[in-house]
Design a protein around this ligand. Structure first.
Ligand code: NAP
Length: 237
């Protein structure tokens, strides 16, 4: 059931090709938003959009690498060309390779930071001007409980997500005068390709469904949550 009316809203969801991002894209579309589904793999975001359209929703795929400034600029330009505005950004794209420091190459480290940190900055900055011009907007950054409990193998990932939490709080303060609300959601284990890549044997009774996270993201977009912006909301079984 939809908890928020997002008709006339345009929502960009990064990492929408599978897992949590796909569930968020589907949820927001069900609430009435026109969704822009973003990832590098066009076939996966096209499938997300087909699922949304089969349910009566509106969605377009835009293939982009969110670590790349030119791709992110093009993403926002194409969104505005297609729908005329951008009201919601969900920074969900992420990578979480489980590797201890002695196994981590410089390239591995750079990829974790580029995807979980740099991309959040690039996407927030790219939507900031159109949201400020419109006088409203909402951004939800997907963090992780790894930011609070960075167990062995998740040092770079956990620290990257800690950046997301602090960045969210700081941007919420910057956005207040423009009516741009910024939130973070920090899930525990969620049943996705990412989780099973890192933890094939993680107990299934301790794992959230992607739609559990999507429902929280949707709820944060409700007007009732406007005074909670800047916070990181944990969701965990
Ligand atoms: P997933 O199943 O691996 O999906 C990740 C999505 O991000 C894919 O669509 C992927 O598509 C996209 N992506 C990755 N790098 C990208 C890039 N450079 N540019 C554009 N898109 C990119 O992951 P998930 O489990 O759904 O995780 C989603 C988010 O939740 C991540 O931020 C993750 O850190 C966070 N999270 C997950 C869990 C969990 O247990 N699953 C727990 C806490 C937090 P392409 O590869 O095609 O680009």
């Amino acid at each position: 059931m939809s908890t928020v009316d997002l008709r006339n809203n345009v929502a960009i969801v990064t990492g929408a090709g599978r897992g949590i991002g796909r569930a968020i894209a589907q949820r927001l579309a069900k609430s009435g938003a026109s969704v822009v589904a973003v990832a590098r793999t066009l076939s996966q975001i096209t499938e997300t959009c087909s699922l949304i359209k089969a349910n009566g929703g509106t969605a377009i795929p835009i293939a982009a690498d969110v670590t790349q400034e030119a791709d992110v600029s093009r993403l926002v330009e194409q969104t505005i060309a297609a729908f005329g505005r951008v009201d919601v950004l969900v920074n969900n794209a992420g990578v979480a390779p489980l590797m201890r420091i002695e196994q981590t190459s410089t390239d591995d480290f750079d990829t974790v930071i580029a995807t979980n940190v740099r991309a959040v900055f690039l996407c927030c900055r790219a939507v900031w001007a159109p949201m400020a011009k419109a006088g409203s907007g909402a951004i939800v950054n997907i963090s992780s409980v790894g930011a609070f409990d960075p167990f062995p193998g998740f040092a770079a990932y956990g620290a990257a997500k800690a950046f997301v939490n602090t960045y969210t709080k700081a941007l919420a303060a910057e956005g207040a005068e423009r009516n741009i609300r910024v939130y973070a959601v920090a899930p525990g284990a969620v049943e996705t390709t990412m989780l099973r890549g890192a933890f094939p044997d993680f107990p299934t009774d301790k794992v959230l469904a992607p739609d559990d996270v999507a429902a929280l993201v949707e709820a944060l977009l409700a007007p009732a949550c406007q005074h909670s912006c800047g916070q990181t909301v944990i969701i965990q079984k």
